[in-house]
Design a protein around this ligand. Sequence first.
Ligand SMILES: [Zn+2]
Length: 93
Amino acid sequence: METIRQQMIVLLTEKEMSARELSQAIGIREKEVYEHLPHIARSVAVQKQKLIIQPAQCLGCGYVFKDRKRFTRPGRCPHCKQSHLDEPRYLIS
Ligand SMILES: [Zn+2]
């Protein structure tokens, strides 16, 4: 468990990645990535670092999900109701 989080921290310190990319890089399910992210946010905060979320964006109208506090990706756009959305990406800095 701890090792997975450490791997995620190493990856996210190097570059920003989506949950899908993280799941492929580490070999876990995307759902598990979302479960680990809040813990990672807490552990990097101890080291005066921050888990930054690059918000998801609607590919239909360009709406950015800026105020979204949850780590999981949104289902569809509140503006144009499309579900053609770019994935949120994560980065530690
Ligand atoms: Zn939209």
